[in-house]
Ligand binder design. Sequence first.
Ligand code: PGA
Length: 265
Amino acid sequence: MTSQQQPSHASVSQQSSRQTIIAGNWKMFGTAESTRAFAEEMVRDPRLAHASGNGVGVVICPPTPLLHVLRPFCGTFFELGGQDCHQNVNGAFTGDVSAGMLVDAGCRYVIVGHSERRRYHHESDDVVAQKTRAALAAGLTPIVCVGETLEERQAEQTADVVLRQLDAVLQAVSPDQQFVLAYEPVWAIGTGLAASVEQAGEVHQILRKFYRQRVSNDITILYGGSVNATNAKELLAHSDIDGALVGGASLESRSFLAIVEATGV
Ligand code: PGA
């Protein structure tokens, strides 16, 4: 989707229903030194200023201890996001961070329900829904991840799975609370095997239709799973793919900026 079809970047409270967003999920990678170098390369590159000046939301989600390194660079050309938040405001939850803490650290976004959280931290649809609600209550825009495993796809359960995951979130939030959805087929994450445009587009359409019926509004839906500088342009050209959630290719400014450029803005 091109910027001509998109509303411009706006604050969280007035966020329009669809926006082009390129978000980088660094997972558990990076050092203070590599992060500083990344930020310096990013802000120097005219492609970033051009894209963000033309309505593309660029979001970097580093590991929590690296947020402070990116903070002085963010706000103008890119925004910060957390990779997860706890569903509670505070409490005895060793190792966790709350949505409010992410706001304090300069974040405007947070990824919730990533398949690695669902898998390694046993997060249920209900927990993901509670986290989404907590993020919204703190003033963050949640990037809610949904996606099927290879077994589920092969069993033709893709639509059932992603709609069940979305439905849990919709039951926990009110219709005026806007979030971003990310379709991330588990089999495409970190495998180098991205979904085809047809595969991703089909699921985006199913999700959008369901969301529109339930909320009578539209929603930004990103695709994630082995997005790189080579396949981004084709994926982003699909009218139902509003942007990308990028893992491996977001770790280097060069490949990440090429994906930002692939928005065609
Ligand atoms: P990938 O990860 O781009 O490395 O496949 C995407 C994600 O996990 O969000």
